[in-house]
Design a protein around this ligand. Structure first.
Ligand code: SF4
Length: 125
């Protein structure tokens, strides 16, 4: 899912379409030579073993992740599930992160929403 939902500047890949190097049957066709950003990326599902199985990106339709460039906590949705961040368990998780002081943003392609500690949310530009 991270090979489709995320923008990867090094590959000139926009958020949404599947990376041209991704093969459904065998995975990354350039695995040994993949960019460093692909080597380094770990979503929160990989790093937080206390998360419920419902948070697994391919099940939830959402990648939960830190964005190192912006310091935002992000919920990046699968292209076919742009509002997956509104699922009650995911949304509660995002509001909890906002309450802890994080800047929380849900993204789906070019759309993005800021989630506030109050539980309100607003479209961002
Ligand atoms: S280069 Fe490989 S690991 Fe990186 S996004 Fe493309 S398919 Fe995925």
């Amino acid at each position: 899912m991270c090979c489709s939902a995320l923008e990867i500047a090094e590959l000139k890949k926009p958020a949404g379409p599947l990376c041209k190097n991704c093969r459904h049957a065998s995975g990354c066709a350039i695995y040994d030579d993949r960019p460093q950003v692909c080597r380094d990326f770990e979503c929160e599902w990989l790093t937080r073993r206390d998360l419920s199985r419902r948070f697994r990106p391919d099940l939830a339709g959402v990648i939960l992740m830190e964005d190192a460039d912006s310091d935002e906590y992000r919920a990046v949705c699968a292209p076919e599930k742009p509002m997956a961040w509104r699922q009650p368990q995911i949304f509660a998780h995002l509001v909890a992160a906002a309450k802890s002081g994080r800047v929380v943003v849900a993204k789906a392609g070019l759309m993005s929403w800021r989630i506030h500690a109050s539980g309100a949310w607003s479209v961002t530009v």
